[in-house]
Design a protein around this ligand. Structure first.
Ligand SMILES: [Zn+2]
Length: 264
């Protein structure tokens, strides 16, 4: 696995498609657009050996059909539920919690985590050997995905599943939302010095058009309010803003944060 590279392929205005490859083969995570993926594969003379999907939104699957035209035999891995209900017709291998998938061409093994909330069949793909998580629109650098289908309780549980991974896990989320997420995080927890420092670093990086993902789980645990529903400073501040009762439980904290962020 030492020779594997994880390449960000920017797409649309703020998406990252993640390509994992060696010198001859590649797998693509969430190809919302085929054109930049095909260009990279061509340029580096790579064969596409698998397509891996986190959820059904078009900016994550929109390029699948076109990629399959160029690489017709490529297996497509996604949520079993989306295969069964036909929401992602291209899935050839439906996956669920506890499954692991081997990609011998790289070689690479990915473990399946079910992380509902953004959608009700959202998957994350975890690679312990690369200390990497491909989590789509679940956890973002400094924030989390909107709840289009799932409940706050589902999303909180999904984020807690991710939070339990090793702190050195790299978080390969699918969007460059970090700066605006951290603006909200600062409003929610203004006295968090780790967060203040991170905001300045991210502002500097974005001023130079640098990517701020992947992030590290350890940094998210220190600075992402959606992973800090037990932080005394955060709770106290939300309480002072009359957004929380005294002594709230984590679900109340998460729900208050998510609802505030929706209109922030
Ligand atoms: Zn989405």
């Amino acid at each position: 696995m030492k020779n594997l590279q994880i390449q960000a392929i920017p797409a649309f205005s703020d998406n990252y498609l993640w390509l994992i490859h060696n010198t001859s083969s590649a797998i693509i995570v969430d190809p919302g657009d085929a054109t930049p993926v095909l260009a990279y594969l061509n340029q580096h003379q790579l064969d596409l050996c698998a397509i891996v999907l986190t959820h059904h939104h078009s900016d994550h699957i929109g390029g699948v059909t076109e990629l399959l035209r160029h690489f017709p035999a490529t297996p497509v891995y996604g949520a079993l539920a989306d295969q069964l209900n036909g929401r992602i017709a291209a899935i050839t291998h439906g996956c669920q919690q506890g499954d692991s998938v081997d990609f011998p061409q790289l070689p690479l093994r990915l473990h399946v985590l079910e992380v509902p909330g953004h959608t009700n069949s959202h998957l994350a793909w975890y690679c312990p050997e690369l200390a990497s998580l491909f989590c789509g629109d679940t956890l973002f650098a400094g924030g989390c995905g909107r709840l289009f289908e799932g409940t706050p309780a589902q999303m909180l549980a999904s984020l807690q599943t991710i939070a339990a991974l090793p702190a050195e896990t790299a978080i390969y989320c699918a969007h460059e939302y970090t700066l605006s997420n951290l603006r909200f995080a600062l409003a929610a927890e203004p006295d968090n010095t780790n967060l203040q420092r991170r905001f300045e670093q991210v502002r500097e990086a974005r001023a130079h058009n640098q990517a701020t993902v992947p992030s590290l789980l350890g940094l998210e645990l220190q600075t992402n309010p959606f992973l800090r529903t037990d932080s005394a400073g955060l709770i106290q501040h939300l309480h002072s803003l009359k957004r929380l009762p005294s002594e709230p439980d984590p679900l109340q904290v998460f729900t208050a944060l998510r609802s505030w962020k929706n209109s922030f």
